[in-house]
Design a protein around this ligand. Structure first.
Ligand code: LCS
Length: 391
């Protein structure tokens, strides 16, 4: 199977095994019944295969997990209610008191809060290394105490790129595991496990859903880690995906290859337009040869997705004017939607950052983040042109 076919069918050609329904049914139930007390006991004891309670397994959720493991070329996958449920579960599955995490910055605002405000309460130390020269810093800072290297690439919101393969080589020498937040790049453009990372995870809320209508999270990795996530973290922390949301995500996957091709194409066109606009000071998009990590991006990504960070010459005030004058693009947080979304990281997605950390991370008051949609690129560009003319 080639890539587009995989997104349509998954590992097994469409046609559900009981009724041959083309679409995976939504098993909208919390409970599955037993035909006898003996059967119940053997399903719960895992002697017999079967479902009994949706927090501990559901066929619609399982279909989503199996398709994601197949597409991202991992052994197995575990779905969660949101991207943050996935991230926190991975951390609590792999880390214990006294351990140290090395994490890249900038990073999504709630991951930052989890790492800076919550993990220290459990005696876990997080050290931050800049994405812009991550592997050099990693070589300097890593030690036997490091249990986990957590990287987000491209980074939210600055769209910087980290070398996954080199980071994994360094981390593995010290016995540390590497977790990659692959949300911005997507499965279609980047396969962290093939680059030797141990775990890849996503906010499925974004490009996987693609339609801005559900939250979800997914973790892909080795069988043992996924088993631990299911049997300990999902089971006892309870951040399970709902069957209906699993179905929406399965539906999103069917068109994901098609959508991502258009996102990739539009991302590049809009980034090129912005780079040549006189009112724009700086553009960060991994598909532009001016991007500081363009060579790394070319090596590890098959497409560059559609997240762009840019700074206007007029700073915060110019950004405010831009966002208040767009007519087709939408002013909103989140990303990976069919529609083009624009937001202001310092006051929105990264509001929880301290002033110092905003500065250190290059999230200036004038930084604008854009998730380019799948409209006609010319329409997006015309809208930006008219809004920029008002600055
Ligand atoms: N990882 C990344 C890279 C993200 O961008 C987000 C959400 C998450 C994890 C968390 O996923 P969730 O729990 O929301 O499914 N990013 C958002 C953003 O940039 N704007 O709104 C949400």
């Amino acid at each position: 199977m080639r890539e587009f076919t995989k997104y349509v069918h998954g590992k097994e050609i469409l046609g559900e095994k009981f009724t041959r329904s083309l679409s995976v049914p939504i098993y909208q139930t919390a409970i599955f019944t037993f035909s006898s007390a003996e059967e119940g006991a053997s399903i719960i004891a895992k002697e017999k295969e079967g479902y009994f309670y949706t927090r501990l397994g559901n066929p619609t959720i399982r279909a989503f997990e199996e398709k994601m493991a197949f597409l991202e070329e991992g052994e197995d996958a575990c779905a969660f209610a949101s991207g943050m449920a996935a991230i926190s579960a991975v951390i609590f599955a792999l880390i214990k008191t006294g351990d140290e995490i090395l994490a890249s910055y900038p990073i999504y605002g709630c991951t930052y809060t989890l790492f800076t405000s919550i993990l220290p309460n459990f005696g876990v130390k997080v050290e931050w290394l800049p994405a812009r020269n991550f592997t050099e810093e990693l070589k300097r800072k890593i030690s036997k105490k490091t249990k986990l290297v957590f990287i987000e690439t491209p980074t939210n919101p600055t769209v910087e790129v980290i070398d996954i393969k080199e980071s994994s080589e360094i981390a593995h020498r010290y016995g540390a595991k590497v977790v990659v937040d692959n949300t911005f790049a997507t499965t279609f453009n980047q396969k962290p496990l093939k680059l030797n990372a141990d775990i890849s995870l996503h906010s499925a809320t974004k490009y996987i859903s693609g339609h801005g209508d559900t939250l979800g999270g997914i973790v892909i990795g080795d069988k043992e880690t996924i088993k631990n996530l299911k049997e300990n973290l999902i089971r006892n922390f309870g951040g399970v995906l709902s069957p209906f949301n699993a179905w929406l995500l399965l539906r999103g996957l069917k068109t994901m290859a098609l959508r991502m091709s258009k996102h990739n194409e539009n991302g590049l066109k809009v980034a090129q337009f912005l780079e040549n606009h006189p009112k724009v000071k700086k553009v960060s998009y991994p598909g532009l040869s001016s991007h500081p990590q363009y060579e790394i991006a070319k090596k590890q990504m098959s497409g560059f997705s559609s997240m762009i960070a840019f700074e206007l010459k007029g700073g915060r005030e110019a950004g405010r004017k831009l966002m208040n004058n767009i007519k087709l693009c939408v002013c909103a947080v989140s990303l990976g939607d069919t529609a083009t979304l624009i937001e202001h990281p310092a006051s929105m997605t990264h509001f929880s950052y301290s002033k110092e950390d905003l500065e250190k991370s290059g999230i200036s008051e004038g930084l604008v983040r854009m998730s380019v949609g799948i409209e006609d690129a010319e329409d997006i560009i015309e809208d930006l042109e008219q809004a920029l003319a008002k600055i």
